[in-house]
Design a binder for this molecule. Structure first.
Ligand code: 13P
Length: 244
């Protein structure tokens, strides 16, 4: 069985102006030889400038969403091909903030992932239970349903990454126990269309907890929000992943 690739991915969410590209420069200049993938996903307005800022380094750039459609009269939407044309190689899809703020269903996420694949982008498909779902003992049922509904046919380790992000752990400083993360990642691995697809954990990953999370079987990296905004914090997380 091919082993899944390790990936440290940063999601800047709706943060970042041109001046914040300094953090991307700092990340690049502090990054030695790395064997894991390193990815920054800034807002769409910064993709092309960030791609220039990290050109020639190991840092890759991604988007945070794309349209399900290819082109046409869809004001305000950005197609997968446009992201690729701006220098993106990845796109985050189905983040819980988009599922909540924009009512995105798993079916729509699957359509977007298909569009991403057609444009040559790797889709990072996000899944995760709410606190009420966890308290109700529904975690595995919820994430496996999201997995089945959000991952399109044709998904392989070459074009798809899955990120498990418990909604209640995002931006809260709270994380599941290591056993809870392991339980979900084991269940996801057993249900992937291609067992070599990378499985990221996301939700309050910091330099202080990264190493213990990366030591869990079936955790192949992290999708990092707040701690990816500062090169010093994100570098420490990358270093923790690179030694595992
Ligand atoms: P935080 O790392 O800020 O909790 O955000 C996680 C996340 O949502 C990444 O997509």
């Amino acid at each position: 069985m091919t082993k899944a690739c390790k990936l440290a991915a940063g999601n800047w969410k709706m943060n970042g102006l041109r001046a914040d590209l300094d953090e991307a420069h700092a990340l690049v200049s502090g990054l030695g030889q790395v064997s894991c993938g390193v990815l920054l996903c800034p807002p769409a307005t910064l993709i092309s400038a960030m791609a220039e800022a990290v050109a020639g380094s190991a840092v890759m750039v991604g988007g945070q969403d794309c349209a399900a459609r290819v082109s046409g009269a869809h004001t305000g939407d950005i197609s997968a091909q446009m992201l690729a044309d701006s220098g993106a190689r990845y796109v985050i899809l189905g983040h819980s903030e988009r599922r909540a703020d924009h009512g995105e269903s798993s079916a729509l996420v699957a359509q977007k992932a298909r569009a991403a694949h057609q444009a040559g982008l790797v889709a990072i498909i996000c899944l995760g239970e709410t606190e009420a779902e966890r308290d109700g003992g529904q975690t595995l049922a919820v994430v496996l349903e999201q997995l089945a509904g959000s991952v399109p046919e044709g998904a392989t380790s070459a074009n798809t990454v899955i990120a498990y992000e418990p909604v209640w752990a995002i931006g809260t400083g709270r994380t599941p126990t290591l056993a809870q993360i392991a339980e979900v990642h084991d269940a996801l691995r057993a249900n992937l269309p291609d067992a070599a697809i990378s499985l990221l954990y996301g939700g309050s990953v910091k330099p202080a907890n990264a190493a213990e999370i990366f030591a869990i079987d079936n955790v192949d990296g992290a999708l990092v929000g707040g701690a990816s905004l500062k090169a010093s914090d994100f570098s420490a997380i990358i270093a923790a992943l690179d030694v595992t």
